[in-house]
Design a protein around this ligand. Structure first.
Ligand code: 13P
Length: 261
């Protein structure tokens, strides 16, 4: 995969209000219509901005993503976002298992691997493509537990793949070391070569656990303090299929600056 055709996924978290999301989506739509971008560009606005951003991106090559979804398809689930409404927005992807969701920082309740696995199963059934985030905390890294944690997350969260015989799954796994995420302290961007090595190990693990039918189609992203200066270091790694960007992706001039022309 050439650097120019890699995936750039933007997680706007709760940084932007509805008006700001609309303004950024309009700028991205204009850029996308003017320039034939070869990258796969994915944008995940907050759920309240999803519908309007989806409308603005229609007819562009930018794909819409939600930041989370309910375990169940739709029904009596107060406060939840249903799959039916997600589809109405034109959403193609959903982020699952983000560390801010796993820790309880985002929703006030920590999502376990079991919950994430159930959501992933429903996503596959409903035809919404998951972007599964995995990553170790600083204390886990310092205790030498990185691969053990990643293995547990990967194997549990992807349990539904054992029942799938399709090789048409558009699944992405974002390796986001929790300690590298910009909002978790002074920005620490890991060495791209180290990220490449971990992703190589994850690809092997995926292949040995879920077989050669599924593994080659799964794309691996890196996320954590990616900015306009270090992005090419990550995208230049052979095993890194793309990046998942938080803070920087909400800065209009910086994000447009890194998109292809
Ligand atoms: P930052 O790019 O702000 O470190 O966030 C990464 C992230 O959490 C993307 O999901």
């Amino acid at each position: 995969m050439s650097v120019n055709s890699k995936i750039i996924a933007c997680n706007w978290k709760s940084y932007l209000g509805v008006g700001e999301s609309i303004s950024l989506a309009k700028a991205l739509a204009v850029h996308s219509k003017k320039h034939k971008m070869r990258q796969r560009i994915i944008v995940a606005p907050s759920c309240i901005a999803l519908y309007k951003v989806g409308q603005l991106l229609r007819g562009t090559q930018i794909l819409l993503c939600a930041q989370n979804v309910n375990v169940e398809s739709n029904g009596a689930y107060t406060g939840a976002m249903s799959f039916d409404s997600l589809r109405e927005t034109g959403c193609k992807y959903v982020i699952l298992g983000h560390s801010e969701v796993r820790s309880g920082k985002s929703l006030g309740i920590a999502e376990t691997d079991r919950i994430i696995a159930d959501k992933l199963r429903t996503c596959l059934k409903e035809g919404i493509n998951p972007i599964l985030c995995i990553g170790e905390t600083l204390s886990e890294k310092e205790a030498g537990l990185t691969m053990k944690v990643l293995r547990r997350q990967l194997i549990t969260d992807l349990g539904a793949l054992h029942d799938m015989d399709s090789n048409k799954i558009d699944l992405m796994i974002a390796y986001e070391p929790v300690w590298a995420i910009s909002s978790n302290g002074p920005s620490k961007s890991p060495d791209p070569a180290e990220i490449n090595d971990i992703i190589i190990k994850l690809k092997k693990l995926l292949s040995s656990e879920f077989g050669h039918k599924i593994a080659p189609d799964v794309k691996f992203l890196y996320g954590g303090s990616v900015d306009n200066l270090n992005i090419s270091g990550y995208l230049g790694q052979s095993s890194v299929d793309g990046v998942l960007i938080g803070g920087m992706s909400t800065n209009k001039s910086k994000i447009i600056g890194v998109l292809g022309k």
